[in-house]
Design a protein around this ligand. Structure first.
Ligand SMILES: [Zn+2]
Length: 354
């Protein structure tokens, strides 16, 4: 593939070994395969705060239950509320689509980052991107495995429970965070960043937080499929963190010589040119890292293939609830508008079908 070829890694890095050459080719082609399904993704959703604004009072009044299911229509409530509730039912499908498409593009960006860093003689940047790749593949592996294990619900009540659990899991994996993003809105950023209490998140049950533990556990689960994943990740942390690895990675040349007294002197040159000495000294290590990351990308591509079947599964689950809600709220929707279940079909031919 012509476009793939142009993404091949530079000779000084290919010199690390055969694995590296094979991976260069594989990554260039994987990039094209991952991009072939589309050029962009548009995520449509009602602003979360609109629903949260009503939720507590409405649960108390018995108009909706804790899962957001509408129990009865109420004339005092604005119609937009019912519309938002109906859309909210499809949150797991929207999250699933967002997760699949965002990971696909993120992996393409990481492949590009690896290539561009190497093209600029920057192995340190490439190694950081390898590390990040393992993290993203691990989280995606968790999400796909989770959806695979879900048993299809037998009743609409079952579907409600499955949907609520699925939404929480997908929200954590898709929207996970280490900081409190809400605090960054409309406030003095410098004041927020200068005080840890201002930006750290609370590890509350109702928050979708991604702790470093949850990422490490995800990598351990990936390690069951690719048994060098965790070890390679730990090794790559040496380059991403201010550890010795980073100094190794900027080593251009090493020469040793013995002086008249018999003392061995080492002359190490570090800088921003090709880290040729690092590559020749650590060729085997580089080959192993590259092989593991290639296996991760291979696994990622398998997961992406699997995700289209799973998307249908998630869609079926959310449509059970959506059909019910549409029966209660059908006069609020134009039957020729896009179905709130997020299938992309018109209501009339989807969940609003008679
Ligand atoms: Zn629908």
């Amino acid at each position: 593939m012509a476009e793939g070829k142009s993404q091949n890694w530079p000779d000084w890095f290919l010199g690390a070994g055969k694995e590296v050459e094979e991976t260069s080719e594989y990554f260039a082609n994987a990039r094209e395969r991952l991009l072939k399904t589309g050029e962009e993704y548009v995520h449509i959703y009602p602003l979360q705060n609109q629903l949260l604004h009503y939720q507590d009072q409405l649960v108390q009044k018995g108009i909706i239950n804790l899962e957001g299911q509408i129990l009865k229509r109420h004339t005092e409530l604005p119609s937009e509320f019912y519309v938002i509730c109906t859309y909210a039912v499809a949150a797991p499908l929207r999250l699933f689509k967002l997760l699949v498409e965002s990971k696909r593009f993120i992996i393409v960006h990481l492949l590009d980052s690896i290539y561009l860093n190497l093209a600029n003689k920057n192995i340190l940047g490439a190694l950081s991107a390898f590390r990040s790749t393992i993290e993203h593949v691990s989280i995606f592996n968790d999400a796909i495995t989770h959806v695979q294990k879900i048993a299809m619900p037998n009743s609409s009540n079952d579907a409600l429970i499955v949907r609520t659990e699925l939404e929480a899991k997908l929200a954590e994996l898709t929207l996970g965070t280490r900081i409190d993003w809400n605090k960054f809105a409309n406030q003095d950023l410098e004041a927020i960043l200068s005080n840890r209490k201002n930006y750290t998140y609370k590890n509350a049950a109702d928050r979708m937080d991604m702790t470093s533990d949850s990422v490490m556990n995800a990598i351990d689960r990936l390690n069951k499929k690719i048994n060098t994943a965790r070890g390679t990740y730990e090794l790559l942390c040496e380059f991403a963190h201010p550890n010795i690895g980073a100094t190794f990675a900027i080593t251009e040349s090493i020469e040793t010589n013995v002086d008249n007294q018999g003392v061995v002197w080492v002359r190490k040159s570090i800088g921003i040119r090709e880290p040729a000495s690092f590559v020749s000294e650590f060729g085997n290590t580089i080959c192993l890292v590259v092989k593991t990351v290639r296996q991760c990308i291979h696994h990622f591509e398998d997961l992406i293939d699997e995700s289209s079947n799973l998307q249908n599964k998630v869609q079926t689950i959310v449509q059970i609830g959506c059909r019910e809600l549409l029966t209660n709220t059908k006069d609020l929707f134009d039957t020729y508008s896009i179905c709130p279940c997020a299938s992309g079909e018109k209501i009339k031919f989807c969940c609003g079908k008679r």
